[in-house]
Design a protein around this ligand. Sequence first.
Ligand SMILES: Cc1cc2nc3c(=O)[nH]c(=O)nc-3n(C[C@H](O)[C@H](O)[C@H](O)COP(=O)(O)OP(=O)(O)OC[C@H]3O[C@@H](n4cnc5c(N)ncnc54)[C@H](O)[C@@H]3O)c2cc1C
Length: 347
Amino acid sequence: MEIILLLAHMEAGGTLARSAREALHVAADLHKSLTGSKLVVGLIGENVQTAADSIAAGPAMKYFGVTGKDFGQSRYATDAAAAEAICKAAQATLVVAPATLRWNRTLPGVAQRLGGRVDTHVTGVSSTPAQGVGVNRWYYRQRMEAGLQRAQRPWFLLIDPGSQPACECGAGKANVELVAVNLSDACRRTTVVGIREPAADAQTIRPDAQLLFVTGAGWTKKQADGRTHLPEAEKLIRDFLQLGRASLGSSKSLVDQSGEGQAVLSFLSHLNQVGQTGATPRHPKGLSSCCHGEEPHTVGWRFVGERRAINLDPNCGWARGKADVLYVADAFKVMAKVNELLAAKSR
Ligand SMILES: Cc1cc2nc3c(=O)[nH]c(=O)nc-3n(C[C@H](O)[C@H](O)[C@H](O)COP(=O)(O)OP(=O)(O)OC[C@H]3O[C@@H](n4cnc5c(N)ncnc54)[C@H](O)[C@@H]3O)c2cc1C
């Protein structure tokens, strides 16, 4: 009999992230398709009751928790000890968890301790009576997809955020069984003194955003008047990100400019790059601006649902079947108008 454990850590305020609810959706589906299986939830954080209550009307039959100040922050030693203790208490055979930064670096080690196996970048889980549990996952920066089964247990499945619908199970009152963890002094050797991160409005990569807004090198090129308009470009893009809550992507040409000492958009880094040598983000919609749409770039758009582009050139790469809609227009004018409409709507 499979015991499916949904393993989640808390966000600030003791809540569950959307990625945890996506993993719960996978775990619940698996539970439904595996006759006789059990679904349990394991939560780790300073306090987990609010999170447990928020999904208490769901299909899980039991809730385990590891709580206390030591578990409020991301730290390998304490996270691994907590996850190991919950897996043992639940006697889990299948551990489903969101592929967050925190779990990606912890759960492979826990799988090793428990003599199990782990798969990361999982985007689909299924089960049939004939073949058992199978997963789909990606290799080589999401270029090759594989389907595989494993007999080894426990099997840890790290679900790629954005690849699943979120479980909408309702709230209730959960009875959380607390699991004790004996932390050695070595576990506390690393002290988290604080987190250095960009201010909320400087954070341009938003995996949960409905829209991916991609900027290309055209924003920094000479325009019809023979001059560049960098400050204006910066303002248009920033305003749009703020008003539309979009995630910011970029072509390689634009992010590379900073390395060459040219004038650049100050809030862009290589982390924003989309494409063959960049990221392959997942968003329901994408809007490209001042970017030519060359293959090494657009290959990074494969998981973007609806694609639109703004380019002055009617023969740009997007026009060759890579965008659903191409606006042959000046992106400076289009985005100024879009911002004006969004601002009016938000008033
Ligand atoms: C091995 C390899 C790997 C690569 N990996 C990547 C990758 O991961 N990601 C990536 O992005 N690239 C990658 N590239 C580079 C890629 O081939 C292109 O060179 C790059 O994507 C071009 O960037 P761009 O479209 O922003 O710039 P450009 O090609 O300079 O295009 C600028 C566009 O802006 C338009 N434009 C200018 N002004 C306006 C305006 N006012 N309104 C509307 N449109 C305007 C122009 O018409 C033009 O089409 C790779 C290349 C190689 C060889």
